[in-house]
Ligand binder design. Structure first.
Ligand SMILES: [Zn+2]
Length: 77
């Protein structure tokens, strides 16, 4: 299993703690993308001033994987 790590965040514009996606989050993202993905997708868990969490998505090896930034929803449908 991938481990949490510090990575650069395109939204925060700084290096922040990231966590690997849970099985549910991975399934959600696969539904969004329409294809299967590997285990190297991470979400930014940097707390924001408004009390939310960044949740911007990236790949371990690729900071700008998405043409536009993509964020996990707080609640998965
Ligand atoms: Zn972030």
């Amino acid at each position: 299993m991938p481990k949490p790590k510090t990575l650069s965040c395109q939204t925060c514009r700084s290096r922040e703690p990231h966590e690997p996606l849970t099985a549910e989050e991975k399934k959600w993202l696969e539904g969004q993308l329409g294809n299967r993905i590997g285990d190297d997708f991470y979400k930014c868990v940097n707390p924001l001033p408004d009390g939310k969490v960044c949740l911007n998505l990236r790949r371990d090896s690729v900071e700008k994987h998405f043409r536009l930034t993509k964020r996990l929803p707080e609640k998965l449908e």
